[in-house]
Write a protein that binds this ligand. Sequence first.
Ligand SMILES: C[S@@+](CC[C@H](N)C(=O)[O-])C[C@H]1O[C@@H](n2cnc3c(N)ncnc32)[C@H](O)[C@@H]1O
Length: 262
Amino acid sequence: LTRSLDDLAAAHVCALLRRAGLTVAPGAVVEREAVHAAFSTVAAYRPLVDALLGLLADDGILAADAGLLRFEPAVAAVGDPAELTAEIVRAHPDQAEDLAYLDHCVSHYPQVLSGALAGTEVLLPDGSDERQRALIDRRLAFSDIPLYRGLIARTVARLSAEAGGRPLRILEIGAGRGYLTWNVVEELRDLPDVEYTFTDLGRSFVLDGQREARERGLTNMRFGVLDITRDPAPQGFPAASFDLVLAFNVLHATPDLRQAVR
Ligand SMILES: C[S@@+](CC[C@H](N)C(=O)[O-])C[C@H]1O[C@@H](n2cnc3c(N)ncnc32)[C@H](O)[C@@H]1O
């Protein structure tokens, strides 16, 4: 499956380049800047386009020499994305929905790369994260998330046990849909003297988190909106008011990692 997905990724990238009017054939040469011009790539998406080209280079399909790109003979073997998708779905029917979502996303790349459409409108059609959540739920078992959240949950439980009766005050930043939260708080459920504060930049995540905690009958949780790119104190989170700060898959979203960690 992994190999087929790699082939599919290369096929999608080649199809996108063709759709942008570029010649994708053995020996064809194109300047990197001409690729960006063909996509009318906005500055924010230049690294993404470069990464897509890098993906072809990794597969030996494209040779990159400074600003010049040359298609290698291997490009002749790159398949058609629709046919490859159908083949993968025949062999792995459980991948059908994820591949349909991938197809939906890739088909909008030209508008997104040129800035005509926000990426979030593609990922979250009609403002709903239903499709994205379903994908994440299906992918969980294949990801490293269960490993990390299990380790974090056990570490937090151990720290709480070692706190010697002092309350352990935990702050989670960017808790989002709670992929980390619920594992950790369930692990701590029976421990006295633990206060878990669930925060996110998005108020809707905080309200959903509050509802979920009620449904789970969790009483040791607090909730609040917190933007970690700004000073927490004026936002209601004074300095040194927590013993432990957790952030899972969050800090990469801030413009300055060092400042966010500080
Ligand atoms: C990829 S999600 C991860 C959510 C959750 N931690 C998880 O693992 O499921 C990133 C989260 O960070 C939040 N976020 C982004 N920028 C933030 C900021 N400046 N301050 C706090 N949270 C932020 C987003 O709203 C989103 O919920």
